[in-house]
Design a protein around this ligand. Structure first.
Ligand SMILES: Nc1ncnc2c1ncn2[C@@H]1O[C@H](COP(=O)(O)OP(=O)(O)OP(=O)(O)O)[C@@H](O)[C@H]1O
Length: 633
């Protein structure tokens, strides 16, 4: 680990050598996140509380790994469009007057944050920006509503907060804090405080049509560096896509949304590991489009990175498939049909037959598909997008590619140790609501060291409150200031309600005049064999989804051979589809079913890429296959 001067200067020299400074006017970096490029990584003890302790130790001469991250201030700033949520301009807020409300609440720390505006909305709740009045830092607070409504959702949240505590790296979004809930046994909402990022890569790609080769390179570098760290922890992200990469104007990227991530333990049955896979289709590796293997490798994430990189280069998604069959068509249109040797390695017989029966297609030269792009970038892209997962490089290998010559430096590309099985022991058992609540509570205590000590000593902490009045500024509320005494006298319950109301208010006004669709969660449920779907869980929606899936498959199967999805007769490249789609399409769709028919719910549809996998249950496929047989008779 060299001194910061050496590395930073080295990078700066490298940037200068490559004539990276495109505009001196644009070099001012106002992003507070970029002020401290020193990243401390504690590779041994991942507890949030002890991380701080270790960092202090480091300052006192302790021996932690210190990574001097890039000074990328010389890279041209990118446009990060303001997200069109419920924005409160400072003028507006001045006009209305900020509302100061006293807090006496179990979410006592809420007083620490001045909420500013809604910056995002996911299936689990609203994300607001806020100022941490203790540090002056800007943060993002994600409010997750009704965490325990479905055990599967709660488990996803548990997984995400646990992984984000364990994976500490400059290219992975950081959880700074999780507010202590009012009651260990009864809490329903949680508030997770993240470092604030300005936008995401999806927005960045849409808003910037003047990205330079240096941007492409630096973006890909950060993604691979983050992925190297994730993979060495034995974690597969499984849902990498531009929307899950947060971005700042200064070109800093951070991987987020670990809700679908899994830790891979060698002894875990991979079938269970994959039963709930509902990741976004456009970035899904070919082997996941047809259940090619029974065991998958981190190469699935490498594929997604390849797709994201290609999207940066062209501004458009590379493989915007409408269903898994169309997805495979688009891949083979560009990459050519895989060689016999790769097909022969596929374990799933139906997938093998489908690919062998495909009309042979030649690969489109990348230099033609991506004109005017650095040939080294294209060479690496081709590797990332190798059809056969064994031909894709690991993240570490990709970082060593000549494309990153002069930029890559292993000292800045840390690995980590595999995550302990104990941390994810919960994945192996059937959890009740109370189990997950307790586990999430335990996880939250990682951010409350004193409470954690108490908890570990066995003290019964069923209910907490902060017996000190505290204040919070709420922009945009129209009611006059609430008298201080009133809230204090009203007691903790009222305080909680107040903080909830702030978010409710933001939610209510979110997207005024834009989107009024209510939130719908995308259930990434645990495998059915371990956690049965709750009796009443979204039965109607699931049935509806299955009906629609069946209808869409039926259309596909009844369509002329050139149309697999029933909506287009030609594919993206204007070529004809495979010549023998009927039995093989059915088989492939059947084999692509990853038995999530009970847990997949259609989410609010923004882009077609958001649709979950078109899982088809066996009865539907069998019924359809009879129909096809009758048609062909
Ligand atoms: N730390 C952050 N800084 C800035 N914006 C953020 C941050 N975290 C999340 N967001 C934004 O908030 C939105 C929702 O966040 P997120 O994807 O984490 O929610 P989710 O409920 O898990 O969503 P999904 O339904 O996609 O799984 C996203 O648009 C994201 O860009």
């Amino acid at each position: 680990m060299g001194g910061s001067g050496t590395l930073v200067d080295g990078v700066r020299r490298w940037f200068q050598r490559r004539h990276l400074i495109t505009s001196s006017n644009n070099n001012t970096n106002n992003n507070p996140n970029n002020q401290d490029n020193v990243v401390k990584l504690n590779q041994h003890d991942r507890s949030a509380s002890s991380l701080t302790q270790k960092q202090q130790q480091h300052q006192e001469g302790g021996g932690d790994l210190v990574v001097h991250d890039f000074d990328f201030s010389s890279l041209k700033l990118i446009k990060v469009p303001k997200r069109n949520y419920f924005l409160i301009s400072s003028m507006e807020s001045q006009k209305k007057g900020a509302l100061e409300t006293e807090f006496f609440t179990e979410y006592g720390e809420a007083s620490r944050y001045q909420i500013q505006e809604v910056i995002g909305k996911g299936s689990y709740g609203v994300v607001g920006s806020a100022i941490d009045t203790h540090t002056g830092e800007k943060v993002a607070i994600k409010k997750i509503n009704d965490v325990f409504e479905h055990v599967s959702d709660a488990t996803r949240i548990l997984r995400e907060i646990k992984l984000l505590r364990l994976l500490r790296h400059p290219d992975i979004v950081e959880i700074k804090h999780i507010m202590l809930p009012p009651s260990r046994r009864e809490f329903r909402d949680i508030y997770v405080v993240f470092e604030l990022m300005e936008s995401d890569l999806h927005q960045v790609i849409k808003a910037n049509d003047d990205l330079t080769p240096e941007h492409y390179q630096f973006f890909l570098y950060q993604l691979l560096r983050g992925l190297k760290y994730i993979h060495t922890a034995n974690v597969f992200h499984r849902d990498l896509k531009p929307k899950n990469i947060l971005a700042n104007a200064d070109c800093k990227l951070k991987i987020c949304d670990f809700g679908l991530a899994r830790v891979s333990f060698n002894d875990a049955p991979s079938a269970i590991f994959w039963t709930d896979y509902v990741a976004t289709r456009w970035y899904r590796a070919p082997e996941l489009c047809g259940s090619f293997f029974s065991k998958y490798t981190p190469a699935i994430d490498i594929w997604s990175i390849g797709c994201i990189f290609a999207e940066m280069l062209t501004g458009k998604p590379l493989f915007p498939g409408k269903n898994v069959v169309h997805q495979l068509d688009l891949m083979t249109d560009t990459l050519g049909t895989p060689p016999a040797e790769s097909i022969s390695r596929i374990r799933n017989e139906k997938a093998r037959r489908y690919l062998s029966s495909m009309r042979k297609k030649l690969p489109v030269p990348f230099s033609q598909k991506f004109p005017n792009v650095d040939p080294l970038a294209l060479r690496l892209l081709e590797h990332l997008l190798a059809f056969d997962p064994k031909d894709r490089p690991t993240a570490e290998e990709a970082l060593a590619d000549p494309y990153f010559h002069g930029l890559a430096n292993v000292d800045r590309e840390p690995s980590t140790q595999p995550i302990s099985k104990l941390e994810f022991e919960f994945e192996r058992r059937k959890l009740t609501k109370d189990d997950v609540r307790e586990l999430i509570y335990r996880e939250i205590l990682e951010y409350h060291p004193q409470m954690l000590q108490e908890y570990l000593r066995g003290g019964d902490q069923t209910s907490f409150m902060y017996p000190r009045p505290c204040s919070i500024y709420i922009s945009g509320l129209e009611s006059p200031s609430v008298p201080v005494q009133l809230v204090q006298l009203a007691g903790p319950g009222r305080g909680v309600d107040r903080f909830k109301r702030q978010f409710a208010h933001l939610e209510e006004h979110y997207g005024k005049g834009e989107r009024s669709t209510p939130l719908q969660r995308q259930h990434a449920s645990l495998p059915r064999e371990r956690v049965p779907a709750p009796k009443d869980e979204n039965v109607v929606q699931n049935n509806d989804f299955e009906r629609r899936t069946a209808a869409s498959v039926a259309t596909s199967l009844n369509s002329p051979p050139s149309s697999l999805d029933g909506s287009e007769n030609t594919n993206a490249e204007g070529q004809n589809g495979p010549s023998k789609p009927n039995y093989s399409t059915r088989s492939l769709l059947k084999s692509a079913s990853i038995s999530a028919s009970k847990c997949v719910v259609v989410k609010e549809k923004k882009d077609s890429e958001e649709e979950p996998i078109a899982e088809v249950n066996d009865e539907i496929v069998d019924a359809l296959s009879k129909k096809v047989a009758a048609l062909n008779a």
